[in-house]
Design a protein. Structure first.
Length: 216
C-alpha cells in the first residue's frame, strides 16, 4: 500500500517525529511511505489544513496514494477539508481504539490526527500504536463482527451518497482556486512522488499542465 504523509504548517516542527513513527510501523509491514511535507517550519511551500484536504483528494483520486495520514493542531480542520473531497473518507483519530474502530467499521482511506492538542509525553508511542492498529491487519472486517454485513452496506451507501453530492476530482481541480491548488502541490518532493505513482492519466496530465512539467 502507498501511504502519503502530509503535515500542516502549524505542526511542521513535529514532522520528523510523525514520519519516523509512521515508517517504524508501516515499512516493516511492506507498505511504502511518501512524505509530501511539510518537512520543517521553514519550508518554502507552506501547507494549511485546507491545502491538506485538497492534496488528500488529489493523491487518493489520482492513485498516487492508497491511504493518507494527515492532521493539524486538533486534527479537525484537516479532517473536514479532506472529507470535502470526492472519494475521501477521513476519520479523526486520537488513540489506537479510534484507529481500530475506524479501520474495521468505516474502512476509510485517510486519517487526521491532532499534533498539538494532547500531544505530550510518549506521543510517538501513541502514534506508532495508532498506525499499527490501522495497517497491520485486514481492515473492514466489522466490529462487532456480527454486524460486519450491515457496516459493509452502510459504507457502500455512504460512498454512493458522496458520489452524488461531490463533483469528480478532475472537475474540482479545474474549478478550485488555481493559486490554492498550486500552493498545495508546491512541495519540494511533490513532483517526484506524484508523477511516479499517479495512475489517473487525466488528473496527472492536468497537474502536469498546471506545473508546466513536460510530458515524460
Amino acid at each position: 500500500m502507498k501511504i502519503a504523509l502530509i503535515i500542516e504548517n502549524s505542526q511542521a516542527a513535529k514532522s520528523e517525529i510523525v514520519h519516523a513513527a509512521l515508517n517504524a510501523v508501516a515499512v516493516p509491514l511492506g507498505h511504502q511511505v511518501f512524505h509530501y511535507g511539510m518537512y520543517t517550519p521553514d519550508d518554502k511551500a507552506s501547507l494549511t489544513y485546507v491545502m491538506n484536504g485538497l492534496l488528500t483528494g488529489l493523491l487518493i483520486n489520482s492513485g498516487a496514494a492508497d491511504f493518507v495520514v494527515t492532521g493539524c493542531g486538533t486534527g479537525m480542520g484537516s479532517m473536514l477539508a479532506a472529507n470535502a473531497m470526492p472519494g475521501v473518507a477521513c476519520g479523526l483519530i486520537i488513540d489506537p481504539t479510534d484507529a481500530f474502530l475506524f479501520g474495521q467499521i468505516n474502512d476509510g482511506n485517510a486519517i487526521a490526527m491532532p499534533y498539538a492538542k494532547g500531544f505530550g509525553w510518549a506521543a510517538e508511542l501513541n502514534l506508532q500504536d495508532v498506525y499499527r492498529k490501522l495497517f497491520e491487519g485486514e481492515r473492514g472486517l466489522g466490529y462487532p463482527r456480527e454486524r460486519a454485513e450491515i457496516m459493509r452496506r452502510n459504507r457502500g451507501i455512504l460512498k454512493d451518497l458522496k458520489t452524488v453530492t461531490c463533483h469528480d476530482m478532475l472537475t474540482v481541480l479545474k474549478t478550485v482556486d488555481q493559486d490554492l491548488l498550486k500552493a498545495a502541490v508546491a512541495g519540494e518532493r511533490f513532483q517526484e512522488y506524484f508523477f511516479a505513482n499517479a495512475t489517473d492519466e487525466a488528473i496527472r496530465d492536468y497537474i502536469r499542465g498546471l506545473l508546466s512539467v513536460p510530458a515524460a
